[in-house]
Design a protein around this ligand. Sequence first.
Ligand code: PLP
Length: 420
Amino acid sequence: MSDMATEVRAPGDALTFDPDAVRAAFPILDQEMNGRPMVFLDSGASTQKPEAVIAAEAEFYRHDYANIHRGVYDLSQRASDAFDGGRRKVQAFLGAADWREIVFTRNTTEAINLVAWSFLEPRLQPSDEILVTTMEHHSNIVPWQLVAMRHGAKVVAVPITDAGELNLAALREMIGPRTKMLACTWVSNVLGTVNPVAEIVGIAHAAGVPVLLDAAQAVQHVAVDVQEVGADFLAFSAHKIYGPSGVGVLYGKREHLEAMPPWQGGGGIVDRVTFEGTTYGEIPFRFEAGTPDIAGVHGLGTALDWFGQFDIRAVEAHEIRLMAEAQRALQQIPGLHALGDPRHRTGALSFWVDGLHHQDVGAMLDLDGIAIRTGHHCAQPLHRRFGLEGSARASFGIYNNEADVAALADSLRYIVRKYG
Ligand code: PLP
């Protein structure tokens, strides 16, 4: 076992997290990029997939694939069982009370759009407000703007501090009778800030405001329990948690979903269709028009099984340790500045370098086989808050190790010395 292994013992079990063994489960990582061993530090954009997930999807297509739910033949039953099993696994993973509270979408973005159009739009009045935060991804800003525009309502951003933390005092002041929704990210995709979501939900609920949590950057890094946190809605994407692209999840409290109309028409959502009118089916099917990504949902279930073999506290401790080490190393590079310095950070570390464009930094790191992301990371308002147009972002996953951090720091030191 590697000397980096983190051992965490929970009551009744003894789980060991060995980063070297974890890394070996990801075939894509075992390759060179530009003649160097690849260092993948772009998991915030999308995570790589373990062999278990790749194999499960391939096997599913080889042996069990058919369309689901309306087939009486054995193969369709098997495919339906795999799909329905995926939903149960998501329910267990999120700690939801009921499988009907899990709606499959294409991604986080679509899940947020669903809530914007089906839950919020029918309730909006002129001069209503939707609160978001300055650290939101565009996916958690633009859908709300689209529905607000229809009704003369407004999207208002709760500010953040220089450290990149949400200003809770401002949130308390800004929330009021005009607020119809609070949409907030759990973890920032740029700053890595872990927001105190239970406290935020408590503040909103005290004012009678429902909350959507964007968990796109949370589910793969911190323990998520929707009942514990009390969110009305929560969204995430399978591709951020070692699952396939093309599948997203919306969790919604049953009483909300049951009161919501369908937002897309089509097969699968109906009870009875006539040319005079249509009645709609039960939740969650009411929100899942058309053939879903059947193999993708099975792949997500497999990813959650795979991820679930590790104690999330060990994963979190490993990633936080790596990020702290990266922050320490990068801080020592003259002219390199990190965005924010939140007390609780996971997943992402963004920075800029005096005199160098972030895209040039990314391109030069690529020459050393290091994959990071550059640009605004779909968070333009956040970058403007820090007086920037964009930044370079290193983001971490379960498979990263200290050698990745050292390679990043070495390469950045060289780039800054030579070109900074
Ligand atoms: N929200 C956050 C915080 C994200 O980081 C992302 C993706 O990077 C999204 C939403 C959108 O996710 P998707 O593109 O899977 O819909």
